[in-house]
Ligand binder design. Structure first.
Ligand code: ASP
Length: 345
């Protein structure tokens, strides 16, 4: 008699609305509900053998680089253990889920099994909640051959470093503007052929340098505020969210002068776009080409979340600004559609 192999899924919890206590309209806060998750949604056990672990119980606004490193370590330990799970589900608040998913995608090179982040817009405790469906979908996907860090939300599966939270009301809270979803969950689970498979042995590379700052440029912004912020906080990486395809004010030249002095101080300056689609092309307009000339790096079509976390990771894992520059323009974990040709130096 042949017995079918039951898949093992590790359910890690970091908090978020899914497990929060309290009924609206009171402010939601992390509660004790997470502890009973498997009892509350017993169907999970029909999909896989589930082991769960509460790592933190935080609103994701309180999750940052230190937590990403801890999460990567916990995931790495489980994968490298003798009783390794077939897949991992990470329950996480939606607010910063795209940052955590992006960070994990860089911290877990060679990932060889699914790491699926999910959460919900309403607590599991509430009747008309999206939590149960998201959870069941995520556990199901964690048993499949999708060896990437992903986000499962609103019946779609996205590459983790391509998502951004676009809605705080609709159940479809996430989009991946630069690429189609990796899977759609309807009556059947339709998986795209864009899934990435590991090309190197799995390892954990979970150090980051959080001295990264983002500036969302607006017309009339005093460039000296950027210089002052960078110097005051000893910033090593500056992400400039520029207009359109990566353009900034060139006349008067104060902005270019400010950024030049920042680059001369040894800070890595990366240019991203304020638009959701299309990415950065610093060769299209004079107002973008000027940035290339002063040594800024184009972020291509990376999301802001991927750009920030990749820069933090690159700063901690490379030896020189030239290396940071090269890594930023390289496709490390599927975060970039086209690698840049001809690196800025
Ligand atoms: N503030 C919550 C969090 O990110 C929102 C959510 O989970 O949807 O933890």
């Amino acid at each position: 008699m042949t017995r079918t192999h039951r898949k093992k899924v590790l359910l890690l919890m970091s908090g978020g609305t899914l497990g929060m206590d309290g009924k609206r309209p009171t402010p939601l806060h992390p509660g004790t509900y997470l502890r009973n998750l498997v009892q509350v949604v017993p169907e999970i056990g029909e999909i896989a053998d589930v082991e769960s672990d509460i790592l933190f119980n935080l609103d994701s606004s309180n999750i940052g680089p230190t937590h990403w490193s801890q999460l990567a370590e916990r995931i790495g330990d489980s994968i490298l253990s003798r009783a390794a799970p077939d897949g991992i589900v990470l329950i996480h608040g939606t607010d910063t889920m795209a940052y955590t998913a992006s960070a994990l995608s860089f911290m877990l090179p060679g990932i060889d099994r699914p790491v699926v982040l999910t959460g919900s817009q309403r607590p599991l405790q509430e009747i008309r909640s999206d939590a149960r469906q998201n959870l069941l979908n995520a556990v199901e996907l964690a048993t499949m051959n999708i060896p990437e860090v992903t986000v499962c939300f609103g019946s779609r599966l996205f590459r983790g470093n391509r998502v951004t939270k676009v809605d705080s009301w609709r159940y479809g809270a996430f989009e991946s503007p630069g690429m189609p979803p990796l899977a759609e969950l309807g009556v059947t689970v339709d998986i795209s052929d864009e899934i990435r498979y590991p090309k190197s042995p799995f390892r954990v590379q979970n150090t980051v340098d959080s001295r990264v700052m983002v500036v969302w440029v607006t017309p009339g912004l005093n460039p000296q505020t950027i210089v002052a912020g960078v110097r005051a906080a000893n910033i090593r990486g500056l992400v400039v969210a520029a207009f359109g395809s990566g353009n900034l004010t060139t006349e008067p030249p104060a902005m270019l002068e400010a950024l030049t002095s920042i680059v001369n101080d040894g800070v890595t300056v990366v240019v991203t776009s304020q638009t959701l689609r299309g990415g950065v092309d610093l060769t299209l307009y004079d107002c973008g080409a000027a940035l290339l000339r002063l040594g800024a790096i184009p972020a291509g079509d990376m999301t802001l979340e991927a750009t920030v976390t990749k820069l933090m990771w690159a700063l901690a894992n490379t030896d020189s600004p030239t290396d940071v520059n090269r890594v930023m323009q390289q496709n490390i974990a599927g975060e970039l559609t086209h690698e840049a040709h001809g690196h800025a130096t």
